[in-house]
Design a protein around this ligand. Structure first.
Ligand SMILES: *Cc1c(COP(=O)(O)O)cnc(C)c1O
Length: 344
């Protein structure tokens, strides 16, 4: 048995998703002619409450086009020290856009202190880059950011004349996990998107599409982003093949994210109390576990031998998704318990 918990990006398109792909109407999207891409863009713009959306090959390109649509050469964006848009995108905004990041420390929930944000906003002075944008990320390491924080941080940014961008690679997980009783996940998504001028969402993570992201924002912002996407080589032709998967995923794979969250809880529960393991969080579909000094590499090797794949060596990350079921999670738990000589 192979249980791949490295990421929610490892899922294969389902049979129904492949069907949707095969029957999609196609056109040349660089001419704006692909009806399936257009339908997806309209759908995701409506879901996030924005005027327009743009389909992108990856989340990295979506964030890059977003940042460069907000900021010009010599501008800067405020971003978490460990945020994807600073740390994990190859410095793209600086490399391609001459946009300087201003990274700030984050707490365990991924939040930058409001006072740090306020202090980092530079006065209009030729010594400084022009501070233009605040970037947040939700979920962050599986955590759902509170509305209180989203509201306060984006209000602070607006009061100081900054735009706001959400890296919402897993914002669907955040919406499902934090919807009020009786509230639909998509209504919740809209509420969270409302705090921001632009939102980037991924279809290739928990939603299970083979690839693709979308940047959502005002018509004007998206027009600028379209130009930048073309420069970045992201103008694709019959992209409706991929947009069909994303549309299918929006229709069928959002509410089921609750199953991934329940499996993450089951995994956390099964591993709780083992000496040498410290569970950090399991709020959505990502479980972080710190392994006691020295035994991380042995545990990871043991897991691999038994067909359980995770990422990390000391702080291990376990991600549940569409292609993992209860049996797989129980296998992973049993393998870890055996390693520690605990009863199954
Ligand atoms: C995955 C991810 C992205 C985008 O990654 P791609 O691999 O380029 O699609 C952006 N932000 C976060 C937080 C992510 O997890």
């Amino acid at each position: 048995m192979l249980v791949d918990l490295r990421s929610d990006t490892v899922t294969r398109p389902t049979a129904a998703m492949r069907e949707a792909m095969m029957s999609a109407s196609l056109g040349d999207d660089v001419f704006g002619d692909d009806p399936t891409v257009n339908a997806l863009q309209q759908r995701v713009a409506a879901l996030t409450g924005k005027e327009a959306a743009l389909f992108m090959p990856s989340g990295t390109q979506s964030n890059l086009c977003g940042i460069l649509a907000h900021c010009g050469r010599g501008d800067e964006y405020i971003v978490g020290q460990l945020a994807h848009t600073y740390r994990f995108e190859g410095g793209g905004a600086a490399v391609f856009g001459s946009v300087q990041p201003q990274p700030l420390a984050q707490d365990a929930q991924g939040q930058m202190q409001l006072s740090d944000i306020a202090e980092a906003i530079k006065p209009d002075d030729p010594h400084f880059a022009r501070t233009r944008l605040l970037c947040l990320e939700n979920t962050w390491n599986g955590h759902v950011m509170s509305d209180a924080y989203l509201s306060a941080a984006t209000q602070l940014a607006r009061d100081r004349g900054l735009s706001t961008h959400l890296d919402g690679a897993r914002v669907f997980n955040a919406a499902v996990a934090s919807a009020a009783p009786g509230q639909g996940a998509l209504d919740r998504l809209r509420e969270m998107a409302d705090f921001f001028d632009s939102v980037s969402v991924c279809f290739s993570k928990g939603l299970g599409a083979p690839m693709g992201s979308a940047l959502c924002g005002s018509a004007e912002l998206i027009a600028r982003a379209r130009r930048i996407r073309k420069m970045a080589g992201g103008g694709l032709r019959q992209a409706g093949l991929m947009a069909a998967c994303a549309l299918y995923a929006l229709e069928h794979h959002v509410t089921r994210l609750a199953e991934d969250h329940a499996l993450a809880q089951r995994l956390a529960q099964g591993l709780r109390g083992l000496p040498g393991l410290t569970l950090r969080s399991a709020q959505t579909n990502i479980v972080f576990i710190d392994v006691a000094e020295g035994c991380g590499p042995d545990l990871v090797a043991h897991l691999k031998k038994e067909g359980v794949l995770v990422t990390g060596m000391v702080g291990l990350r376990w991600v549940t998704h569409l292609d993992v079921d209860e049996q797989g999670v129980d296998h992973a738990i049993a393998v870890v318990r055996r390693f520690f000589g605990a009863s199954p």
